[in-house]
Ligand binder design. Structure first.
Ligand code: MG
Ligand code: ZN
Length: 216
């Protein structure tokens, strides 16, 4: 019985997610669902991206957190449209939450929508939001074994960003082992090595993002 209930929830979510994507497509908005564990640097990556790209691309952000508006407050200083979703305990963003957020965004004036999911490596990958692509962020202190432990998120993501590479000299993180792990699951995934702190590698991530916006 329980299995059937869960199936119905997922079906309803998938339907709403495709409606969200239709809405985004109508206004020619590319949406990315950005996922990571808490503290990996999603908000920092979004801020660094906005700083470099906002003169050329119209960006908006949806911030998903269990509670607080701390991240949305940081983003709003960059003067881009931002909506905070508080999930009230739910550990992922679902399509219904994005549907509500889309209603309060000026979609016609946006080229790129960055959705920051709740920090969690498990269910954000399972729930579609309507975003066109998933991006996963992993930070060096988390370790290079994550593709083996959380394969779904790595399998579904179009791009994988390794953040905090400035910490590599003080860490056992093995980039080659990490890349091997990702390639085994998802050979097409683009891997970017960045440091939001020093700015290293951010330009090539931003260039990829910009080409994704142009290619749609
Ligand atoms: Mg954040
Ligand atoms: Zn969850």
């Amino acid at each position: 019985m329980k299995v059937k209930v869960l199936q119905n929830i997922m079906d309803a979510n998938d339907q709403l997610a495709s409606r969200n994507q239709q809405l985004l497509d109508k206004s020619n908005v590319l949406a990315l669902n950005i996922m990571s564990s808490p503290g990996a640097g999603k908000t920092s990556l979004i801020l660094e991206t906005i700083k470099r790209l906002k003169d050329r691309t119209r960006i908006a952000v949806v911030e998903g957190d269990i509670a607080s508006t701390i991240d949305a407050d940081r983003i709003s200083k960059e003067e881009v449209p931002v909506v905070q979703i508080n999930t009230g305990g739910q550990c992922h963003i679902d399509a219904n939450m994005i549907n509500n957020a889309l209603e309060s965004l000026p979609l016609e004036d946006i080229d790129l929508l960055l959705i920051e999911n709740v920090g969690n490596l498990v269910c954000p990958a399972e729930f579609k939001t309507g975003a066109h692509k998933r991006v996963m962020l992993l930070s060096v202190p988390e370790g290079d074994d994550k593709p083996y432990k959380y394969p779904l998120m790595f399998t579904l993501s179009a791009a994988i960003v390794v953040n905090k590479i400035d910490m590599l000299p003080f860490s056992d993180f093995d980039m080659t082992a990490f890349q091997r792990g990702v390639n085994g699951l998802n050979p097409k995934a683009r891997i970017f090595q960045v440091s939001c702190k020093t700015g290293e590698g951010i330009e090539s991530w931003v260039a990829w993002l910009e080409s994704e916006v142009k290619d749609r």
